[in-house]
Write a protein that binds this ligand. Sequence first.
Ligand code: ACM
Length: 349
Amino acid sequence: MWFGISCRRNSLRNSSTCSYPRLTEIGAWRQETLVGKLDWRNPNYVEVYDGKRHGGFYTQDDIREIVAYAAARYVNIVPEIEMPGHAQAAIAAYPELGNTGEQLSPRTKWGICENVFSADEATIIFLQNVLAEVLDLFPSPFIHVGGDECPKVQWKASPAAQARMKELGLVNEEELQSYFIRRMDQFLTAHGRRLIGWDEILEGGLAPGATVMSWRGEAGGIAAARAKHDVVMAPNIYTYFDYYQAEDKDAEPLAIGGYVPLEKAYNYNPIPADLTDGEAKHVLGTQAQLWTEYIPNPKHLEYMAYPRACAHAEVAWTPLAGKDFADFQARLGAHLERLAILDVNYRRT
Ligand code: ACM
């Protein structure tokens, strides 16, 4: 049963690859960081930055150590190399990977960004080379390629992207993204691994070997399971642990938004009721997300993760018939004492 906690952003920024040293020399460092809430809905909002250079990366030895540490505890680490969107740090390192040739810098704020990888053959080969290095480090059967939140603005405006679509007989940019992901699927399959991506990879057609991680609700996961593809359920309204834990948001540390209290996290059922038994077999499990835009340090991360991660473990591992929130709460008391002894900064409910 898949039980995961995901907590990263911009994977390439954090990967150490020998073939492409600018990924860590350039892509791993941003000049400064946005302070406080990114509030694009407010017309009077003025962005404030901290003026401090920030960044870093894992060396290949670091990764080997982390993978071994996890494996010794029966945990498999699934790396995510995000493409074709969320890629500005890599494009800043190698501008030829983008669509405009512009020399960009790694982003200093978060959110969706129009600077995405081109679909040129050279970019695809670059990413396959990166994946080859990732495969050497991570034994995981699944390799995550992102696929989410990729605006198509630059592909629409790019003569090269439009020519590529014509050459391949593709009718729109969603099909171009699907082609892109298929190329990664072919590469990973040829290397004995399985591609997994966020539910946007359904748009334009799902790659034959793809497993879908359903984050924008369950619809993507349901569609994929019906098409006989494996699925990991990760719907934001139940499993995004970067969302607030209390209704009174002012009483909580700043978070991205949303509201996932402990009971809601506990009561999630990752097997949608409208799947048949045969379709439901494609649901491998569930994953919680802990994106860290608003989580500045490990103690804050613990605060957001616990005790919701304890609830999520039961979502994945306790049969529905045996689940009972009151019973969970009674048992949680003893578990929180263990967390306290381990100096875990769990949220006191
Ligand atoms: C996601 O939160 N963009 C997967």
